[in-house]
Design a protein around this ligand. Structure first.
Ligand code: ATP
Ligand code: MG
Length: 139
């Protein structure tokens, strides 16, 4: 095990539904340390860049529209094995397949409007944290 950082986003659906506070509480309860936190609204080019790996997918334009429709909360989380631990806490991409007790099981509406984002590797976490935070911002 090693101390890692990962990037979490509370997506526009969950912020609009007033679920951000409950999701942040859960993050704290599960033992993550919050090193950086912000409220922002993604511009189209930012969302396209953030999800660039998916640009050939049929759902890409819808995903970009969704991610830019309203404010999001971005957070840098630190914990032992933070990348996997946060992915486990979020649950499966499709809430229909998400395990009991996961954030997506509880809050996600669909495979697209699924409440939260999490980095999928240590390398991507480093890139994604850099997308929103400079080293000097992190506590
Ligand atoms: P994220 O990257 O947001 O943490 P993920 O890693 O679980 O989610 P990805 O495969 O990276 O899933 O997909 C990125 C996002 O694109 C999903 O979280 C979801 O919002 C959207 N998405 C993925 N698959 C579909 C699909 N089949 N139809 C519509 N939207 C989708
Ligand atoms: Mg992903």
């Amino acid at each position: 095990m090693s101390l890692e950082r990962t990037l979490a986003i509370v997506k526009p659906d969950a912020v609009a539904a007033g679920q951000a506070g409950r999701i942040l509480a859960l993050i704290e309860e599960r033992g993550f340390r919050i090193l950086g936190l912000g409220l922002t609204r993604l511009r189209t080019e930012q969302a396209q860049g953030f999800y660039a790996v998916h640009r050939e997918r049929p759902f890409f334009d819808g995903l970009v529209r969704f991610m830019t429709e309203g404010p999001v909360i971005v957070a840098v989380l630190e914990a032992e094995d933070a990348v996997k631990k946060w992915r486990d806490t979020m649950g499966a991409t499709n809430p229909a397949h998400a395990a009991e007790g996961t954030i997506r099981k509880r809050f996600a509406q669909s495979i697209e409007r699924n409440a939260v984002h999490g980095s999928d590797s240590i390398e991507n976490a480093r890139i994604e944290v850099g997308f929103f935070f400079s080293a000097a911002d992190l506590i």
